[in-house]
Design a protein. Structure first.
Length: 112
């Protein structure tokens, strides 16, 4: 890839989408869990799924870039993932798969 990863219109649009979903998630999370309706919970899970899918795609693009800023972002993402439970020998892709399972389990508990 070229060395101007973040100048790509596709990458910039993806970053904006991820940011918008993160903002939406923050707004949804201000509702205390005991006050969330099932519809609120479904909306939260839906945004989580969308956000995780966008992050997976962004990571796929990021991991093939040699842009120094992209490499730095990759390091920052890995550090954040370790904070959230990424194991030393685990790939970020398998971590994404685990997060997908967690979200699926949350979704399955909404109506129970």
């Amino acid at each position: 890839m070229s060395s101007d990863f973040f100048n790509s219109p596709v990458v910039r649009a993806a970053a904006v989408e991820i940011n918008e979903l993160q903002e939406e998630m923050m707004k949804l999370m201000v509702i205390p869990p005991w006050r969330q309706t099932d519809d609120d919970k479904r909306k939260i899970v839906s945004v989580m799924k969308d956000l995780l899918e966008k992050q997976k795609i962004f990571w796929f693009r990021l991991k093939y870039s040699d842009d120094p800023k992209a490499l730095k972002m990759k390091e920052d993402i890995m550090e954040s993932a370790r904070f959230l439970g990424l194991q030393p020998s685990q790939t970020i892709e398998s971590f994404f798969d685990e997060l997908t399972s967690v979200i699926d389990n949350l979704e399955n508990t909404i109506d129970n």
